[in-house]
Ligand binder design. Structure first.
Ligand code: CIR
Length: 262
């Protein structure tokens, strides 16, 4: 099954205090009514891609919890519950563990820190970012779990500089086509791909999320949109301004999966 084929998604409703979460941006405080509208549009886009969307309630103790992607990494039937590098986000994983409680889970622990925003499944390999949120111990544990599950999987570590997560810096639009933020710094060589560095004006909205035969992009980014139309008939543009204020993008608001027999 191709790496971006999914049947289900899990999302978590934003809470009214989302603006108390962490951010490196100076774009102002999210407008909560608009947050809810944009989140609903995002969920609708997932449904347009053919996914069944399960929704967890928010928890004001965790203002960043709507960025649910950081709490788990799912590869076919393998579910790995992470330990976010951000201390304030560690408790978010309890609800995610509960949501997947009927499945065997791998759980990062001890000094293993990793956030799902640092994990990019490409067509021919998995890239794990070593960032301020993901350390070598966490990356190694995930690499071992992935290769125990699928020994043929190539897993590379990518040093991440200049941006929060690996997927803030790069996403894969289509097999061998990488979209890169101008802020991203690494010494990893993307020799398997054509790399398009997007203009600075689009750096907050430069993330793309391919799902089945469609791709989700942030509205208002013409260069990214033009590139997306080269590879997809179905390009779904989602307004994401309020999530961008908190360093969020289209990838981070959901966990996508396709369990066998589900
Ligand atoms: C944080 O700093 O943790 C959140 N405000 C944003 C997380 C974004 N996550 C992602 O891109 N995977």
């Amino acid at each position: 099954m191709p790496y971006n084929t999914f049947t289900h998604a899990l999302v978590r409703v934003p809470t009214v205090n989302m603006g108390d979460g962490m951010t490196t941006q100076q774009l102002g405080v999210p407008d909560f009514d608009l947050v809810l509208t944009q989140h609903a549009a995002y969920c609708e886009a997932l449904r347009w891609c053919g996914l069944k969307v399960a929704t967890l309630s928010g928890d004001e103790a965790y203002p960043d919890a709507c960025f649910v992607e950081d709490t788990a990494v799912i590869y076919h039937d393998l579910v790995v519950i992470t330990q976010p590098g951000a201390r304030s986000r560690r408790g978010e994983t309890t609800a995610i563990q509960q949501a997947f409680k009927h499945r065997p889970l791998v759980q990062l622990h001890g000094d293993e820190y990793l956030e799902g925003g640092d994990v990019l499944f490409c067509a021919d390999r998995v890239l794990i970012g070593l960032s301020e949120r993901t350390n070598r111990q966490g990356a190694t544990r995930l690499k071992n779990a992935l290769q125990d599950y699928d020994a043929a999987l190539q897993v590379d570590f990518v040093p991440v500089g200049g941006v929060l997560h690996l997927k803030t810096g790069i996403t894969e639009l289509a097999p061998g086509v990488i979209i890169q933020s101008p802020d991203f710094v690494t010494d990893y060589t993307f020799d398997f791909a054509d790399v398009y560095v997007i203009p600075a004006a689009e750096k907050n909205g430069g993330h793309v999320l391919p799902i089945n035969d469609a791709v989700l992009i942030h509205a208002g980014n013409p260069r990214v949109r033009d590139l997306a139309h080269r590879y997809y008939l179905r390009v779904l543009e989602i307004p994401m301004s309020e999530f961008e204020k908190m360093d969020g993008g289209v990838t981070c608001l959901s966990l996508r999966y396709a369990f066998s027999g589900a």
